[in-house]
Ligand binder design. Structure first.
Ligand SMILES: *[C@@H]1O[C@H](CO)[C@@H](O)[C@H](O)[C@H]1NC(C)=O
Ligand SMILES: *[C@@H]1O[C@H](CO)[C@@H](O)[C@H](O)[C@H]1NC(C)=O
Ligand SMILES: *[C@@H]1O[C@H](CO)[C@@H](O)[C@H](O)[C@H]1NC(C)=O
Length: 193
């Protein structure tokens, strides 16, 4: 009995609190989204940039930059399907790995084809050169490594590359079939603000 009385006296109070919060919720929901003029974010003119560099995928060596982190039970040298590799590959201005470092490619590639050497690549270019220092581009695409030219979509970016869209062209510069180490020439074309 005492409990019932107590409950009934708290119900109107609870309702008042509830309606108070729902009024706040209505006010807040008005600002969930709004249309902005692009100039309010300082967006003026879209630019097209071309970046050129060399990507070093070091699988075997003193300091490997590409490390296999997983594989399928059936993955072997003649059937690499299912291997997953984590990379932190240096990007340099010239094919020589000791030339100027302009960034790193950080992410994952996986052997995604049962019939050829095609990779699913998902990685970020983290740049450290000039005005691009601290800005990143995100790449997601298919890389059929023995094709002369591969095209991978650039799906976004940060810093100077906000709103980026474009593509990366990859061409093998050198490949050591014994180790799997590769130097890949990249030409990246991106629109950004
Ligand atoms: C590699 O794996 C494939 C598919 O699982 C199998 O058919 C083949 O015999 C294996 N090769 C070797 C050398 O183990
Ligand atoms: C890039 O930016 C970082 C952090 O601001 C700075 O320490 C570094 O010296 C810069 N590198 C180049 C090459 O400008
Ligand atoms: C780009 O990536 C680096 C890490 O590699 C991060 O420190 C930096 O904040 C990113 N830049 C932007 C503009 O988000």
């Amino acid at each position: 009995m005492a409990i019932l009385v107590k409950l009934s006296s708290t119900v109107p109070f609870a309702l008042t609190i509830l309606s108070f919060f729902s009024i706040i919720a209505i006010i807040e929901s008005k600002s969930f989204s709004r249309i902005l003029p692009p100039s309010s974010l300082g967006l003026k003119r879209e630019k097209l940039s071309h970046l050129h560099f060399y990507f070093h995928d070091i699988v075997v060596g003193k300091n490997p930059t590409a490390i296999r982190v997983a594989k399928a039970p059936t993955t072997n040298a003649s059937s690499p399907f299912g291997a997953v590799v984590m990379i932190d590959d240096p990007l340099t201005i010239n094919p020589d790995i000791n030339s100027k470092l302009v960034g790193r490619a950080q992410g994952i590639y996986a052997l995604a084809s049962q019939t050829d050497f095609s990779l699913l690549m998902a990685y970020n270019f983290a740049f450290m050169e000039g005005k691009y220092n601290g800005s990143n581009l995100s790449v997601l695409g298919r890389n059929s490594v023995f094709s002369p030219v591969r095209e991978l979509p650039v799906v976004g970016g940060s810093g100077v590359f906000r709103y980026a869209r474009g593509y990366a062209e990859a061409r093998t510069h050198s490949f050591d079939s014994k180790t799997g180490n590769a130097v890949v020439e990249y030409n990246v074309y991106v629109f950004h603000y």
